[in-house]
Structure formats: structure tokens, C-alpha cells
Design a protein around this ligand. Structure first.
Ligand code: NAP
Length: 253
């Protein structure tokens, strides 16, 4: 691929939150972006934001935990935009509960979307990256990978994504493909708003309480994460691979 050719990126879960901010950010850097989410219609706002600013984007409906849908969606992106060589595995769900109340489906849904979804999407995209001798895979982990009460399923998935990332880096490095993970702390999105509601707190109070525990004394915004993802997804990050970057307003490890 020549350096002047427009690289194609897929961002999963890009209808809102961190995924939407990332799609907009990558488009601003000149990428053609497939805005992928469960419901194609829900991607319209993100696509509009990109195209109104002069960028290129398409909406793609796909459940990342469904192998057939993933194959179809990635094939469609390759046909309509070109070979996807940047993949951001961002789609996510929560099904929080303490162990004794966690159902089989709470477990399966969270592992299915985060881990199986990242696996299926990476497998479907890697051939395009290998053919192009260039690729960037960025996975969304979380500070919850370090353990978080009520999030057995989610913390297992997010810790799993860290091992997944390092192994992708080892396997795909010789093909010019890097894999890294961004592990956000508290970011103000619908996901954390839903958690506030679940624990019976107003979202403002919930954010204030979280901010008081964060060294920089504020919660994160989707753009804080999009900035880190854009670094890993960029041409300049070719010698950075297998890394987990906590983006949490303070140190975590
Ligand atoms: P969000 O606002 O809830 O957005 C997640 C998006 O993923 C939604 O549009 C959702 O669609 C989509 N999605 C869910 N299941 C999907 C599936 N099977 N296939 C395709 N798309 C699917 O979440 P966010 O806060 O932006 O989080 C984005 C990522 O960052 C997630 O992986 C999350 O775990 C991670 N993260 C977030 C935080 C935080 O504080 N917000 C912290 C650490 C890590 P629907 O709306 O239709 O369900």
C-alpha cells in the first residue's frame, strides 16, 4: 500500500461513546471509517459527523459475537471502502452482578461480545492486513481487568483481552501488524451512566465521587481514549506492539 492511499479502519461499537469519538478521530486523520454497531441505523449520527466534516464513512450493522455476521460485515467493508487494515475492537456490554447472582447468560453475553467479538473481528481482518503488509489492531481493555467487585464476567473478559493482545502482537508482528490495548479508567459515557442508575446515584454525583479518587481529579471523556487509540493506530507506532496502556488519569498496573 502506498503511503498516500487512504487506510481503511473499522471501529466496532461506534454508534456512541468511546467508539463514536474514535471513529470521528480516525476520520479526521484521513482514514476511511466503517462505523460498525449492532444496529446499522444507530450508526447514522457518527457517519453524519464524519461526512459533514469532509471525511469518508459507512454504517455497518453487525453483532461482533456472531461469526457469520462478522464475515459478511468485514467483506462488505473491503468491497465498499477497501481492505480494512486498522481494527478497533471497542464494542462492549455490561452485565454486572455479584457471583452468587450472576446468571449463565450474564457471563456468556459479556465474554461473547468482548472476547469472542474481538477474536472474530481480528480473524476476519487479519488477512487484509497480512496482504497489505500493514495492520493495526487496538483492543479496549479496562481498569476492571485488575479486579472490580460485581464485574467477574467483565474483568475476566478485559484481562483476557490483554493476553489476547500480546499474543496477536507475537503472531502478527512479522507481517507488519501491531496489536495494542487501551485500558480506560472511568469514562463518561452511556455505559457509566447506566452503572450510576443501577447503583441508584445521579450521574453527576457518580462522576464527582469517581473524580475524587482519580489523581487528575476529573473523569475521562471519550476523546481522552480516542487520542490513545489514534496513537496506536497510527503509522508512527509501528515499533510499539503488545502494550497495554492504562488511560485513567493516574497510574494503574
Ligand atoms: P457504550 O457507550 O455502552 O457503547 C458501546 C457500544 O457497543 C454500543 O453502541 C453498543 O450497542 C455496542 N455493542 C454492544 N454489543 C455489541 C455487539 N455484540 N456488536 C456490536 N456492537 C455492540 O460503551 P463505552 O463506554 O463507549 O465503552 C466502549 C468500550 O470501552 C467497551 O469495550 C467498554 O468495555 C470499554 N471501557 C469503557 C469504560 C467506561 O468507563 N466507559 C471504561 C473501561 C473500558 P448497543 O447500544 O446497541 O448495545
Amino acid at each position: 500500500m502506498s503511503t498516500t492511499e487512504q487506510r481503511v479502519a473499522i471501529v466496532t461499537g461506534a454508534a456512541r461513546g468511546i467508539g463514536a469519538a474514535t471513529a470521528v478521530r480516525l476520520a479526521r486523520e484521513g482514514r476511511a471509517v466503517a462505523v460498525l454497531d449492532l444496529d446499522e441505523a444507530s450508526c447514522a449520527d457518527t457517519v453524519k459527523k464524519i461526512t459533514e466534516a469532509g471525511g469518508t464513512a459507512i454504517a455497518v450493522g453487525c453483532d461482533v459475537s456472531d461469526a457469520a455476521q462478522v464475515e459478511t460485515a468485514v467483506g462488505r467493508v473491503a468491497e465498499e471502502l477497501g481492505a480494512p487494515v486498522i481494527l478497533v475492537n471497542n464494542a462492549g456490554v455490561l452485565r454486572d452482578n455479584l457471583l452468587f447472582k450472576m446468571s449463565d447468560s450474564d457471563w456468556d453475553t459479556v465474554i461473547g461480545v468482548h472476547l469472542r467479538g474481538a477474536f472474530l473481528m481480528s480473524r476476519a481482518c487479519q488477512k487484509y492486513m497480512v496482504d497489505a503488509a500493514f495492520g493495526r489492531i487496538v483492543n479496549l481493555s479496562s481498569s476492571s481487568a485488575l479486579g472490580n467487585r460485581g464485574q467477574l464476567n467483565y474483568s475476566a473478559a478485559k484481562a483476557g483481552l490483554q493476553g489476547f493482545t500480546k499474543t496477536l502482537a507475537i503472531e502478527l508482528g512479522k507481517f507488519g501488524v501491531t496489536a495494542n490495548a487501551v485500558a480506560p479508567g472511568f469514562i463518561a459515557t452511556d455505559m457509566t451512566a447506566a452503572t450510576a442508575e443501577r447503583v441508584g446515584m445521579g450521574f453527576e454525583d457518580f462522576q464527582e465521587a469517581a473524580a475524587s479518587q482519580i489523581p487528575v481529579r476529573r473523569v475521562g471523556q471519550p476523546d481522552d481514549i480516542a487520542n490513545a487509540i489514534a496513537f496506536f493506530a497510527g503509522d508512527a507506532a509501528g515499533f510499539v506492539s503488545g502494550q497495554i496502556m492504562y488511560v485513567a488519569g493516574g497510574p494503574l498496573n
